[in-house]
Design a binder for this molecule. Sequence first.
Ligand SMILES: [Cu+2]
Length: 347
Amino acid sequence: MTQKLTSLLVTALTVATGVIGHGHVNNIVINGAYYQGYDPTLFPYEPNPPIVVGWTASDTDNGFVAPDAYQSPDIICHRNATNARGHASVMAGSSVLIQWVPIPWPHPGPVLDYLANCNGDCETVDKTTLEFFKIDGIGLISGGNPGRWASDVLIGNNGTWVVQIPADLETGNYVLRHELIALHSAGSVDGAQNYPQCFNLAVTGTGSLQPTGVLGTKLYQESDPGILFNIYTSPLTYTIPGPTVVSGLPSSVTQRSSTATATSIATVPGSVSTGGTSSKTTTVPRSTSSATTRRSSSSAITTSAPAGPSQTLYGQCGGSGYSGPTICASPAVCSTLNPYYAQCLTR
Ligand SMILES: [Cu+2]
């Protein structure tokens, strides 16, 4: 009864905070090129939304998928998701920067990234056949109640997360499934909040890595120790939910902010005569492109100095057991080098 009341209150608070409390990925950046994502708060209301690299979903409230939907297709790429109509090309070993909006992201929790081979075009693949393998995952970094989380690193980098496409990955079309899990209410059953976001990537390279994966509907269970988890105690030990990271891959690469220098248009299969490996990259400066002026998203990936005590350049700003300043004096940004050490660095 008490739990029910609590969850009702949480629901009421969640509704009250509206879009301020949640978010979605506005864009990704690959080698300085900016690719618009799917904007669930705008595109459903546009007669001709642009073709983008992000999957369409019906989270018009910027909301989440709850644990009671873990065995439903909604967990795969968010609610009622349908395939992105375009893709971005990326070389294996390159990094993809993912930009969340609005900033700051409000919730503590892990950051996870998966890939699934489409074995054909990702624009038409049946999402319920995708088998996801985890390419990185970071949870609790230090402390407890509530502790410092991977999400705090994302927040410290202006809502961005850097994912490295495995250097050995076999050439092919992949869905990148990037996910934040918010744990602020996860102490109650069905209280965690998953924010999965999917993107189509055409990966080129010479590698042969073909990890085995699991269906999206088999990633998590409501009762997983990293899902039903109370962050408001100390000390904490956290188990990142889902399958383990593919053997040989780091749990995270160095996190940093980045600025796009060009805007690229999502490639549509069959529309480029040179084949699927080249993208139609334009060299429009991002400050004048239509994609970047949407919702003032360009400001989201410029570096700004948040309030609070700050660490000097090259000083420590995070890591297991660290309790000093976690914000870097501008223009440095806090870069997580490993779970035990983060340092203020300039780009
Ligand atoms: Cu929220």
